[in-house]
Design a protein around this ligand. Structure first.
Ligand code: UD1
Length: 417
């Protein structure tokens, strides 16, 4: 199993670009199921999760070509409507085929994604929404079975905002009869990006990016071209890599507005940042203070940056209280940070980080999920000695060329079998 070796104590400096957003590219690829013909996406990152999506789309009958960062998906009349367990278990976002299959074919058999390291991750809101739209939904033997003559527009009110739930139902509603309103919808930029593409295909969506999305069903959609937005989580991670090493790093090709919550917490902590339309620079620092962070749906602080920010806080002057409100088990990195000599007390959904600059010491650690792996690499960059991050395959699910990008900034980081 591959591991990453990270030499600590080297200041990172220079410019690095953000890749296309994984969490945008995934729903965009699934949205192709809504319209036969050739769809073209640019700025698609090379990631395991994207490959897993392509395997599933091919299983459903699509033809796919991938050159550089451009992906073309040719969607025929499908012959299969099944997303089997072996494909779905590799990537939870596979549930995003459910909405499009139900909308276009009125039938789907999709494996339940199951839980994962960070929590139980139910899909009840996706299923309730489809039922409200007139579908018959049965869950049996680990599969969701969906059937409907034609979906009907409905008023859907989420108990709490769900990102992939909003995406699934927004896609389903595009081909439904009548108007669908999604209230308390998630507002993440990736939802906005998906809606923009659906509208290019002929959908009638408004309000995306706000908590009420209105979708007027249309008879058919036609394929189009689209450029995937930059990955705000990758951009944030790279910025934090510069910050934790005290260096000056510019992350280009990103959308600073999507990172407002991170930027404001970094400023509160004492970092100097320069921001223009598509880049953010963190300037050199000789110290920063602990700040409290609470994760919450966009535009608040993203849960997907919580672990990386915690790594930063271990090197702050003073205490930071980090509260995780989205996932019930997203502190798996805490014990690994403690192995690196961090002083953290985890409680239910709250971690108290007693920052101490220069306190991290290299040790073998294990990545437990995608963002935890990024957190441990950041901690390794600041630790004395060479940190060995095991189970690095998690990183490849969501970070394109991470070690190449960090090396470009001066890091000494390499993979080993
Ligand atoms: C998406 C992101 C993931 C991010 C997360 C939260 C993708 C592919 N993944 O995941 O990187 O960490 O948003 O920003 O975009 N919930 C329910 N019932 C449901 C659905 C969700 O109770 O039917 C709960 C979840 O348990 C969780 C919360 O809602 O507590 C938010 O989850 P959700 O927004 O659905 O996360 P994902 O879409 O799976």
């Amino acid at each position: 199993m591959e591991k990453m070796l990270v030499k600590g104590g080297i200041q990172l400096n220079g410019e690095v670009h953000a890749s296309g957003a994984k969490n945008s590219a995934l729903p965009l690829l699934f949205s192709t199921l809504l319209a036969p013909g050739k769809h073209v996406f640019k700025n698609v990152p090379h990631l395991m999760d994207i490959q897993s999506t392509m395997v599933l789309l091919k299983h459903l009958g699509c033809e796919i070509s991938w050159e550089g960062s451009t992906v073309q998906v040719d969607v025929p009349e499908l012959k299969s409507f099944e997303a089997p367990y072996d494909l779905v278990r590799k990537m939870r976002a596979s549930i995003l085929c459910l909405g499009p299959l139900m909308a276009r074919y009125g039938q789907a058999k999709v494996s339940l994604p199951g839980g994962c390291a960070i929590g139980t991750r139910p899909i009840d809101l996706h299923l309730e929404g489809l039922k409200e739209m007139g579908a018959q939904i049965d869950v049996d033997s680990g599969y969701v079975f969906g059937k409907v003559d034609k979906l009907k527009g409905a008023k859907l009110i989420f108990e709490s905002p769900t990102v992939t739930g909003t995406e699934n139902l927004m896609m389903a509603a595009c081909l439904a009869d009548g108007v669908t309103l999604i209230e308390n919808a998630a507002k993440e930029p990736e939802i906005w990006d998906l809606a923009e593409y659906l509208n290019k295909m002929g959908a009638k969506i408004s309000g995306h990016g706000s908590s009420i999305i209105r979708i007027e069903g249309v008879d058919r959609l036609t394929p189009a071209e689209h450029v995937v937005i930059p990955d705000r989580i990758e951009a944030g991670t790279l910025l934090l890599a510069g910050a934790i090493t005290g260096g000056e790093v510019t992350v280009s090709s990103c959308r600073p507005d999507d990172l407002d919550a991170l930027i404001s917490k970094m400023k509160e902590s004492g970092f100097k940042l320069s921001i223009d339309e598509s880049s953010i620079t963190v300037h050199k620092n000789t110290g920063y203070t602990g700040v409290d962070v609470t994760t919450a749906p966009h535009p608040a602080f993203p849960t997907d940056l919580q672990a990386q920010f915690m790594a930063l806080m271990t090197q702050a002057d003073g205490t930071s209280v980090i509260t995780e409100t989205i996932f019930e088990n997203r502190f798996m990195h805490v014990q690994e940070l403690v192995r690196l000599n961090a002083d953290i007390t985890p409680k239910t959904r709250v971690a108290i980080v007693r920052g101490a600059p220069g306190s991290l010491k290299a040790a073998p650690v294990m990545a437990t999920d995608l963002r935890a792996s990024a957190c441990l690499i950041l901690a390794g960059l600041a630790a004395q000695g060479e940190t060995e991050v095991n189970r690095i395959y998690h990183l490849d699910r969501g970070y394109e060329k991470m070690e190449e990008k960090l090396s470009k900034l001066g890091a000494q980081i390499c993979r080993k079998n």
